[in-house]
Ligand binder design. Structure first.
Ligand SMILES: [Zn+2]
Length: 114
């Protein structure tokens, strides 16, 4: 995923958030300030998770492009795709799936950052 692709995805997510929030405003005309705040936070957290996931995957792809252990410089042995779940600070779960590899010298596994 390159920078352009990421920005395109983020713009799409942003537009959904913006139009969704505007619709919510029409529907909930009696919402309290607290409810408004919760709604904005909930919607923005979608963008936060999207961006975090994409940035992490993008970096992981870059590391894999090299295909070598960052410590030993030895070619990694591919071990297939693995899923990894990470918690964001807001308590949301982000799931990353990508190639997992192990260095045959030091045994270090290369995975998404986090
Ligand atoms: Zn190594």
């Amino acid at each position: 995923m390159n920078g352009e692709e990421m920005q395109k995805r983020w713009k799409e997510t942003s537009e959904e958030i913006l139009s969704g929030m505007a619709e919510w405003r029409e529907q909930y005309s009696k919402a309290t300030f607290r409810e408004m705040e919760e709604e904005v936070d909930k919607r923005l957290s979608e963008l936060r998770v999207r961006m975090l996931t994409d940035v992490a995957i993008s970096r992981a792809e870059e590391e894999w492009a090299a295909g070598v252990c960052p410590t030993c410089g030895v070619k990694l042995e591919k071990k297939g795709k693995k899923k990894r779940k990470l918690q964001t600070r807001g308590g949301r779960e982000v799931e990353l799936e990508r190639e997992y590899g192990v260095c045959p010298v030091c045994g270090q596994g290369i995975f998404p950052p986090g």
